[in-house]
Design a protein around this ligand. Structure first.
Ligand SMILES: O=P(O)(O)OC[C@H]1O[C@H](OP(=O)(O)OP(=O)(O)O)[C@H](O)[C@@H]1O
Ligand code: HPA
Ligand SMILES: [Mg+2]
Length: 170
């Protein structure tokens, strides 16, 4: 399991995220058409907004899944998945035909597995993928190693970073 305190850090700026999400839309443009989108909240909401704008998708539903406990300690552990909200019965009835599922990333693949079981025929897309989750994703843009923690721009703020050399002075 990923551990942000020891893992390699992969910070993503808003600019970079917009470019990567748009690159995902370019890849998906060849794989549709899609009648509707299901986004996995909360992380999927931002790429979903960018991709649905690019592909002209206007029917958007959400599935709310919570798994990682971000605590107050900086440690992030994955507990049992909790489905807080499922998709509409109209979309469930399609079994996923013509449905595009969007999330920000796939890590262990547990979240993807859960949503895939709801909509087995859907096309599953993420912006980033780690090796364990990659087999569950149909389309993604960038793969990072399993021991990398991705920091999204909505979770970051500007702060002082000390110099690399200990005697460089602040
Ligand atoms: O492949 P997995 O190991 O299941 O991890 C991937 C999921 O973890 C994160 O969501 P999280 O549950 O932290 O909730 P959030 O989207 O509300 O931040 C991320 O947005 C993915 O949905
Ligand atoms: O690498 C990650 N970054 C942010 N959230 C996550 N949820 C699972 N893995 C990650
Ligand atoms: Mg999520």
């Amino acid at each position: 399991m990923s551990d942000p305190l020891n893992d390699k850090a992969f910070p993503v700026s808003w600019d970079q995220f917009h470019r990567d999400a748009r690159a995902l839309a370019w890849r998906l443009a060849e794989k549709g058409p899609f009648d509707s989108m299901v986004t996995i909240t909360r992380g999927g909401l931002v790429p979903a907004a960018i991709v649905c704008r690019e592909l002209g998708i206007r029917t958007i539903d959400t599935v709310s899944i919570a798994s990682y406990d971000h605590g107050g300690t900086g440690e992030q552990t994955q507990g049992a998945l909790a489905i807080l909200k499922t998709v509409s019965s109209k979309i469930l009835d399609t079994k996923g035909v013509g449905v595009l599922i969007i999330d920000d990333l796939v890590d262990t693949g547990k979240t993807a597995q859960e949503v895939r079981s709801m909509l087995p025929e859907a096309h599953f897309a993420t912006v980033y993928a780690k090796p364990m989750g990659r087999p569950l994703v149909d389309t993604f843009v960038t793969e990072v190693s399993q021991d990398t923690w991705i920091y999204f721009p909505w979770d970051l703020g500007y702060s002082f970073v000390p110099p690399i050399a200990k005697d460089a002075g602040d």
